[in-house]
Design a protein. Structure first.
Length: 188
């Protein structure tokens, strides 16, 4: 009976913990969540650690680790936030210490993301995305460039008179239109 109850509790943690919202994590003052899973191979009394995630006092994920079945680190993500809870830096690791990617973000005074930089594992700039906005704060463009400033992709957004998004146009580095996404609205 004790084993069955333990397995049930672990399963509930596995099912519900990843679904916790930032609001719930902050409200309940959750510092971290660890998920274990029992398998046929490990047996019900020997759960294997699957993941660990820790949070700051604002409910932001600051460390997330996923484990292999032997409980060695599969991958790890470390994230930093500014005083407005905007994500400003993220390191992703393969294994315990091998950097797989590094990203940074910059925001304007209205908390709109204006820049996203992606770096190679060695720390060199790989790709930069610049964002522009309308005076009302709606995203107007996303321009992706390589380390040399060559445009790789440009995305433009168009809005109707009610400030609702109606089109997303994506062009490649040759300025050729690659895709168009449209939104249609019905009003009462």
């Amino acid at each position: 009976m004790k084993t069955t109850l333990s397995i049930f509790c672990l399963l509930m943690l596995y099912v519900f913990a990843p679904g916790q919202s930032i609001k719930d994590i902050k409200k309940n003052k959750i510092k971290s969540i660890t998920i274990w899973q029992s398998t046929k191979e490990s047996g019900p009394d020997a759960p294997v650690k699957e993941s660990f995630e820790s949070f700051d006092k604002d409910g932001n994920s600051i460390l997330k680790i996923e484990y292999k079945t032997d409980e060695s680190v599969d991958n790890k993500v470390i994230t930093r936030y500014d005083k407005y809870d905007n994500k400003v830096e993220e390191f992703t690791y393969e294994g315990e210490n091998q950097v797989a990617s590094h990203k940074t973000w910059v925001y304007d005074k209205f908390q709109n993301r204006t820049e996203e930089d992606e770096f190679t594992p060695s720390g060199e700039l790989n790709k930069k995305t610049a964002y522009t906005y309308t005076p009302k704060g709606d995203k107007l463009t996303e321009t992706v460039t390589d380390a040399n400033g060559t445009v790789l992709k440009k995305v433009e957004y168009r809005y109707n008179t009610r400030d609702l998004k109606v089109q997303r146009l994506t062009s490649n580095k040759k300025k050729q239109l690659e895709s168009v996404k449209k939104w249609g609205y019905e009003y009462y």
